[in-house]
Design a protein around this ligand. Sequence first.
Ligand SMILES: [Zn+2]
Ligand SMILES: [Zn+2]
Length: 358
Amino acid sequence: MPAPHRPVEIRELSEPDLPPGGALMRTAFSEVCGTDVHLWHGRLSGVPYPIIPGHVTTGTLDAARGPMKDVLGATLREGDRLAFFDVHRTCGRCLACTVHRTPTRCPSRRVYGITDSADEGLFGGWAQKVYLEPGVIVAKLPEAVSFEAYIGGGCGLLTSVHIIDRAKISMGDTVVVQGAGAVGLSAAALARRAGAGQVIVIGAPKDRLALAVDMGADHVIDLDATTAEERLQRVRDLTGGLGGDVIIEAAGSARAFEEGVELVRNGGAYVIAGHYTNNGDSTINAHTHINRKHLDIRGCWGSEAAHFLKALRILERYEHEVPWRKIGARVYGLSQLNEALESAAKLEIPKALVDPWR
Ligand SMILES: [Zn+2]
Ligand SMILES: [Zn+2]
């Protein structure tokens, strides 16, 4: 991706001379997520274009310099299936890392496919091989986890593991998820497995709502066929007039935030995870929506290594019953990436997958 608003180009980069502890991964799949569309539209600041997008990627170990172990201590051999945590260079020493314990806000933190320039090398998954620099957190894919399920979950699953941590769901809670994209679908699946009494997904279009039911939603509300008042009424009808215990915002719309503070019950919690870029201001009232409601609003930014590892455990346990592989609806080769971005921008499919060897 040479610059925002420009077509993606195919360029040939040379394979790096691996330093001790460095490795190359042969890409099996990467993905096109909402962030890639933001990158293409120039909506994220500080991006060192040209970049190789594709921040969550999976594949096989192609070459390593020196013995290589995964984060759990397993020895890695050429050909092993692996995934890596896209966030690297988190320093572990700064205020955010140590005192505030918010490593996703570490100023040294870099992310493959987003804040790493292609001028520095193969730091993104829309490439046949990805350079794993020393220190990158790598994990063997569990035997039971397919490439398709891992990438179908992709960054939306990692984000959702973090969301569920932040949401502190109690057994029996009513959880309302706003948004039926890759994040909302995974959040619905995990809320159900975290003990929610009922999961309600608000979103569109219809086929995504059908997938939300397959993922674990008990009720879906079609955003395109209802007004905000009707959606509020429906949530109230499903909760004895109270509203949801936990609302998860995975819609990325300023209007969704205004709606969410209405959908939540008194004393409930609202997790905001869909605003990865600035989607404009929302109008809410501090008295009616927060203070009097005794509302707990929590942001959720990025994901940590623990979420990456938990995502693997979750896939291992639940892949057979949660259709993550269906989220990755279509596979695109390198020459079709502009088409993939177009269809992701138009929300035609939940997620486009990238197979750079096609
Ligand atoms: Zn730090
Ligand atoms: Zn992403």
